[in-house]
Design a protein around this ligand. Structure first.
Ligand SMILES: Cc1ncc(COP(=O)(O)O)c(C=O)c1O
Length: 373
């Protein structure tokens, strides 16, 4: 354990490993787990997270960009890596150099992949994407998706590796769009699989994986659940997931406040009583968003204390109450457990009217990541 540090994100790699094991236990036999480690492993450190996920049984990895795939390869990750995002010509070259699997939904892109294939290297592996209702990447035209798949299969320079889609509302149990997307994707996937039995059919993100075994197919692409966060933005422990990230700071100063004394820019909070206020050296320059001003709690010595005043770039202030035993040097937890208390990332997200994804991905590089098991 290291001592106090201004802003530190501890990443429990054992939790990532166990989350992958738990996700795998829920999969139908033969379904592979692909761990999504884009955006620096959702803020957890992509290379570390990827290695822990592979140790936990992830057979594959997925990222959004070619540079992310190249980074994983450079750090020794040898499992298949799927680049899910759209690629410029330069990015395509980089993705192929990283021996990544690619996603296509137009024949002209598939041809460009074939033309950029590296001499002597394995044939580029292409996954055809049907937009079954996300309205983003992929073709919404089933005929076009079939044509792309057959063009890839017919091109000796390419390998047809997968058929995929992505869900827009898997995290909203009870909605009608998710089953409709599944209905649209299934016959397309079934037909392609019959013609090309080797290809991987995949669709599910974390929410779909936890909610609908019929969406598992040959592989699931899980991101948020790998990190122990709840895709439904409730409590991850309900699904047996363990949050991997704890965000800490420390008490740098403790001050006595009289009624009317204010803390921080704009004097948005004033003491209503004699009280103590602590300053922690973490702020929006670390990704602790200003929208949490006067609206979140911090754990110190296992107790909740309200953050008061406007969050600055480098500091926040916390009210300790009229009597306090807290001292400079005490550790403070902004996300995670301390003693018998805990603050979930989902709680922070709800206060910010956002999702847990954005909270962890939004932690800035100034917050040191400390990885351990
Ligand atoms: C295409 C695709 N598949 C899978 C995922 C993983 O989603 P989640 O983090 O909800 O599991 C993402 C992430 O947004 C994605 O863009």
């Amino acid at each position: 354990m290291s001592g106090p540090e201004r802003a530190l994100a501890r990443i429990d790699l054992g939790a990532i490993e166990r989350n992958c094991q738990r996700l795998r236990q829920q999969l139908r036999g033969g379904t592979q787990l692909c761990a999504v480690v884009k955006a620096d492993g959702y803020g957890h450190g992509a290379v570390w997270a990827a290695k822990a996920a592979v140790d936990g049984g992830a057979a594959r990895l997925a990222v959004a960009t070619a540079a992310e795939a190249e980074d994983l390869r450079r750090h020794g990750l040898a499992v298949p890596i799927l680049v899910m995002g759209a690629l410029t010509a330069d990015e395509l070259r980089l993705a192929l150099e990283a021996d990544a699997d690619l996603v296509a939904w137009r024949t002209d892109f598939a041809s460009a992949v074939a033309e950029h294939a590296l001499p002597g290297a394995r044939r580029p592996r292409v996954h055809v994407k049907l937009d079954s209702g996300m309205g983003r990447l992929g073709t919404a035209d089933i005929e076009e998706a079939r044509a792309v798949a057959e063009a890839v299969a017919a091109d000796e320079r390419l390998e047809l590796a997968g058929a995929m889609t992505h869900f827009a509302t898997a995290d909203e149990p009870g909605d009608e769009h998710f089953p409709a997307q599944l209905e649209r994707f299934m016959p397309f996937a079934r037909e392609l699989k019959e013609r090309h039995p080797e290809l991987l059919v995949h669709a599910a993100n974390s929410a779909a994986t936890l909610r609908e075994p019929a969406a598992h197919f040959d592989m699931v692409r899980c991101g948020i659940a790998v990190y122990g966060l709840d895709p439904f933005n409730r409590d991850p422990f309900e699904h047996g997931l363990e949050p991997a990230l704890t965000l800490e700071s420390w008490v740098a100063a403790v001050k006595r406040f009289r009624p009317g004394d204010s803390a921080g820019y704009g004097r948005s909070w004033r003491a209503e009583r004699e009280t103590w206020v602590a300053t922690l050296p973490i702020g929006y320059g670390d990704g602790w968003r200003r929208g949490l001003s006067n609206d979140c709690d911090v754990l110190i010595r296992g107790r909740r204390h309200p953050l008061v005043g406007t969050i600055s770039m480098d500091n926040v202030t916390v009210e300790l109450g009229p009597e306090t035993d807290l001292e400079p040097g005490d550790s403070a937890v902004l996300i995670g457990p301390q003693g018998d208390e805990r603050i979930l990332c989902e709680e922070v997200a709800q206060r910010l009217d956002t999702i847990n994804y954005e909270v962890v991905t939004g932690l800035l590089p100034r917050v040191r990541r400390l990885h351990s098991r």
